[in-house]
Design a protein. Structure first.
Length: 490
């Protein structure tokens, strides 16, 4: 009788386990289907050529997939093992490497940079204080794009790139103000080399990539050929372009990885360990995500910390000319994701990508959410409308240029003040478009905007602005010429 009882209990246990497994499998299938729909909706409405994404919850990978999107059917299928540039997420790897050396007693965060790079020299005339390692990590070095915004030859080494900074001027006192400056992290990369006695690539491989089993993450230019084709976007239409691997900016933005590898990295940052391997003690690990002066919001060490969905969020994006990326996690909910895209555009990187991240997190936090509650701004259609406006504007400008004689006959009845402002506008509008807008951008984002990067990140809009400005300047010049040859008007 006792034997029969044990058999019945075992059968009931197996039955309940089967039901639980089926419910779990159904829930997982429902989650995957919902996330598929959310991501495909974004791909379609934003004309994204391709992406790979992975999501984790409570220490488990709950979703992982690659997508070939708009106009990319002829390309290789994107999977979770497809290499992408991860852009500025690279900075968090550099910060992690620095903190390992700090914990080993080889670096002091509050020591001057010169303690590790003896000939490091910056023009600090008129400013007080010295640049420390901590300042570099938190982008508070006082170095800004206002004083240095150069694109060096791709093959330049990390140390040569840092040496090119020597002699640049400070923009404010070190520690005083946040200013995102990519070379801060290239300097940190050089410090890693000087202190460890190894190349940046070797140190990261041995101390971070191997323990986290990131076997398809690459740090050398010869591996750039493995990266999926990148794209720009001309009025939302993807255009294939090649991204040059910049060795000197490896510590700040040129690490190559896959969603599969980056998921391991994400799991590490959510718990402080990966498969029981702790790269840092709890104290040093926590410091990575804490903003300067222990503030609740702000820039930590390669990470932005803020609040979203009524809880703290730690995140960072990556933006190269032809690739963009996002990694975000909610420590309280033990939820996070990695998103890699083989396209970039200035507007997409600040609107579309963040919206994809938010929508995925919404589903992860509330799997029962209805798809109708997911909002996606149709940037693709907005840009097509903008393209039509741009074309009509250019046609109008050309028409007015070819009909200056009509303008001349109409202007004869106008006052001299009207004539002056009419011609002045032909030069003031281009001045605002070509000079004023970059200045406003610099003030708003505290970043430099030079013609080259502006064209790379907004080729359609930049072309429109340039063409309209040139036509306007030509028309203004011809108006002056016609007025000069018709002095009776004056």
């Amino acid at each position: 009788m006792a034997y029969l009882k044990r058999i019945i209990i075992l059968l009931v246990f197996i039955f309940l386990l089967t039901i639980l497994f089926r419910v779990y499998a159904e829930d997982r299938a429902t989650l995957n289907t919902k996330l598929d729909k959310v991501i495909k909706l974004s791909i379609d409405k934003n004309r994204i050529p391709g992406l790979a994404v992975s999501a984790v919850k409570n220490g488990e990978v709950v979703y992982s997939s690659g997508f070939n999107g708009f106009l990319s059917k002829s390309e290789k299928n994107i999977t979770i093992d497809t290499p992408f540039y991860i852009g500025s997420i690279s900075k968090s790897f550099t910060a992690l490497a620095i903190m390992k050396l700090v914990e080993a007693g080889k670096i002091d965060l509050d020591n001057p940079v010169q303690d590790y790079i003896s000939n490091f020299q910056i023009d600090n005339s008129g400013f007080e204080g010295i640049i420390t390692v901590r300042h570099l990590l938190h982008h508070r070095s006082g170095l800004t794009e206002k004083e240095y915004f150069k694109d060096l030859p791709d093959s330049i080494s990390i140390d040569a790139g840092v040496k090119d900074l020597y002699g640049m001027k400070l923009s404010h006192n070190p520690g005083e103000q946040f200013s995102y400056f990519n070379p801060n992290y290239n300097i940190l990369g050089f410090i890693i080399e000087k202190v460890s006695g190894q190349s940046y690539e070797t140190y990261l491989s041995e101390n971070i990539l191997k323990p986290l089993e990131m076997n398809n993450t690459y740090l050398k230019s010869e591996d750039a050929s493995k990266v999926v084709t990148g794209h720009g976007a001309v009025f939302s239409i993807p255009v294939k372009r090649e991204e040059e691997f910049k060795t000197y900016s490896l510590p700040s933005g040129y690490i190559i990885s896959t969603v599969s590898d980056m998921t391991n990295y994400l799991l590490y940052h959510l718990s402080g360990e990966y498969k029981g391997r702790k790269l840092l003690s709890k104290e040093y690990f926590n410091a990575l995500h804490i903003p300067y002066n222990n503030k609740e919001r702000g820039y930590g060490m390669g990470w932005n910390k803020g609040v979203k969905f009524n809880q703290p969020i730690v995140e960072h994006g990556g933006s190269l000319f032809n690739y963009s990326s996002n990694m975000a996690f909610l420590p309280e909910s033990q939820t996070g994701l990695v998103l890699l895209i083989n396209q970039n555009h200035f507007i997409y990187s600040i609107i579309s990508n963040n919206q994809i991240v938010d929508n995925i997190l919404k589903v992860l936090l509330n799997p029962q959410i209805d798809i109708s509650e997911i909002n996606v701004i149709p940037l693709g259609n907005i840009f097509i409308f903008l393209a039509i406006v741009a074309l009509l504007t250019i046609i109008k400008e050309i028409y007015q240029l070819l009909n200056l004689n009509k303008w001349l006959s109409k202007i004869k009845s106008k006052s001299k003040i009207y004539l002056f402002f009419n011609i002045a506008l032909e030069f003031l509008i281009p001045a605002f478009l070509l000079i004023g807008i970059p200045m406003i951008f610099t003030i708003m984002f505290n970043r430099a905007l030079s013609p080259g990067p502006a064209f790379q990140l907004m080729p359609g809009v930049s072309s429109w602005v340039i063409i309209v400005s040139i036509l306007s300047i030509i028309r203004g010049t011809l108006k002056i010429y016609k007025i000069y040859n018709n002095k009776n008007i004056l």
